[in-house]
Design a protein around this ligand. Structure first.
Ligand SMILES: O=C(O)CCC(=O)C(=O)O
Length: 278
């Protein structure tokens, strides 16, 4: 993948309780993405397990080495494309993490991102969720080369933190990927708004990839997977059902808007600054 234009596939997958079926579905969607000409496919957050603190321990695996890592590595290699493996519960040194793995077309693990900002919220009458009851946070930001494109990774709640996306942009990222699992309370008002805000603020492409909606699940996902361009325009957006979205990412449009609206050169670093501490 050398071209500055490439086709991305966003897999809004239906995730169920059967882990083997979930992995098989992900592998099938990766194959479909390849057949449709994509060189990069992105899966949703927590795609091998239902999303919920009571499930993470049971579904957790080592990264790499566990069956989900093995399957993603093989699927990336068999189809000769990059795979951003949404996230899975990871077990490491007696702790659990919410972890995204990135696989290159040779099937090698080229990055893994542990969710940095854990999803702990409490909205009376809405939703209460506390990932930190069972998960530990990651302690690094993750940038990975996907062919000609520098990609920054965040997982779901990470999208609420503009500082993280700003640091990605300052380190040359053109595309930020957020595997997610927004819900029926915050999804309607915040999901698209946050993804578009990250895109406009940072003049980058942004994709949010959610699981499809299952109204019988304990946690009902919002869906509405989408790709936003650096202008903040939604290029493709799903509704709530299982589907794969395809779109061309043309990196020239990042360069164009940065020249036309040169906010990064106009920033008043004498008055304020966002900087990485790692
Ligand atoms: O930020 C939100 O409203 C939802 C976040 C979430 O679902 C997650 O982090 O998994």
């Amino acid at each position: 993948m050398a071209s500055k234009v490439f086709k991305i596939a966003l897999a809004q997958m239906a995730v169920g309780k059967n882990k083997v079926d979930n992995i098989a579905k992900a592998v099938k969607m990766i194959g479909d993405a390849k057949k449709n000409g994509s060189s990069l496919v992105v899966l949703p957050e927590c795609f091998n397990s239902p999303y919920g603190t009571k499930f993470f321990k049971e579904y957790a695996e080592e990264v790499p080495g566990g069956p989900t890592s093995e399957a993603l590595s093989k699927a990336a290699k068999d189809n000769c494309l990059f795979v951003v493996g949404g996230s899975i519960p990871e077990r490491s040194d007696g702790r659990l993490y919410n972890t995204c793995t990135v696989w290159d077309p040779q099937g090698c693990l080229v990055a893994s991102h542990r969710k940095v900002h854990l999803f702990d919220i409490d909205i009376p009458g809405g939703i209460t969720f506390k990932e930190s009851d069972v998960l530990s946070p990651g302690n690094k930001l993750t940038i990975v080369d996907v062919g000609p494109c520098k990609v920054g990774i965040g997982i779901c709640y990470d999208v609420r933190f503009q500082e993280m996306a700003a640091i990605y942009r300052s380190q040359g990222v053109d595309l930020v990927l957020y595997p997610g699992a927004f819900n029926m309370k915050t999804g309607p008002l915040h999901w698209e708004l946050l993804l578009r805000a990250r895109a406009v603020d940072n003049q980058v492409f942004v994709a949010g990839v959610c699981g499809s909606r299952d109204t019988s699940a304990d946690y009902v996902a919002w869906g509405h997977t989408m790709l936003v361009d650096p202008w903040g325009k939604v290029l493709v957006q799903a509704e709530d059902q299982e589907t794969i979205l395809y779109a061309d990412v043309d990196l020239k449009s990042c360069a164009d808007i940065r020249e036309q609206i040169p906010v990064s050169k106009q920033r008043r670093n004498d008055l304020y600054e966002v900087k990485s501490k790692i």
